[in-house]
Design a protein around this ligand. Structure first.
Ligand code: IMP
Ligand code: MG
Length: 175
């Protein structure tokens, strides 16, 4: 049986942190050509909130990769299921993620966009599980650190459910 048991991060906490990250990004990229690249599907909710906290026009694009398949442990390999439409050569890229766990997905994506000759590639995530990290990928804009619990909501799913919850909840699975 799967149930959501407890709110880990509230709506207010999410909103406040998104505002802060938006302000920081707006300061850092002022006068530059910035493209936000959302990692689907989980990043979609955060992306929509974050882009509206940035104070100048930005390009946006969406990409879908799979690293987990059906299992809930990372395979360490990513496949591109949907690529971006834009040509990002010479532009500043900010990858927008829902959660950084092992860090493997973002490490691969960072290399990919460097190969595509982006002017710079940085990472922004709303949630991070530092205790789960397998690779040391620098997170330039990190929202909220959480413990090693499986969470859903604010874009994150369990078996494609719960993405639309406005808070971040802890999932418990029992037989
Ligand atoms: P990693 O950093 O390569 O291990 O992959 C992180 C991705 O795995 C995230 O972007 C999520 O899509 C997914 N993920 C990791 N932990 C959770 C969780 O607790 N709930 C839902 N999805 C998760
Ligand atoms: Mg994700």
């Amino acid at each position: 049986m799967t149930q959501i048991t407890k709110v880990l991060v509230s709506k207010d906490q999410l909103q406040q942190r998104v505002r802060e990250l938006g302000a920081e990004i707006s300061r850092d990229y002022a006068g530059k050509e910035l493209v936000l690249i959302c990692i689907l599907k989980g990043g979609a909710v955060f992306m929509s909130d974050l882009m509206r906290e940035i104070t100048f026009p930005v390009g946006i694009d969406y990409m879908s990769v799979s690293s987990y398949g059906a299992s809930s442990t990372s395979s360490g390999v990513i496949t591109i299921k949907k690529d971006i439409d834009m040509d990002i050569r010479g532009k500043h890229v900010l990858l927008v993620e829902d959660l950084i766990d092992t860090g493997l997905t973002l490490q691969h994506l960072k290399e990919l966009f460097a190969l595509r000759e982006a002017a710079s590639v940085r990472i922004c995530t709303i949630l991070s599980k530092p205790s789960r990290r397998l690779v040391d990928v620098p997170i330039d804009y990190s929202g909220i650190d959480i413990p090693d619990e499986f969470v859903v909501g604010y874009g994150l799913d369990y078996a494609e459910q719960f993405r639309n919850l406005p808070e971040v909840w802890i999932v418990e699975t029992r037989d």
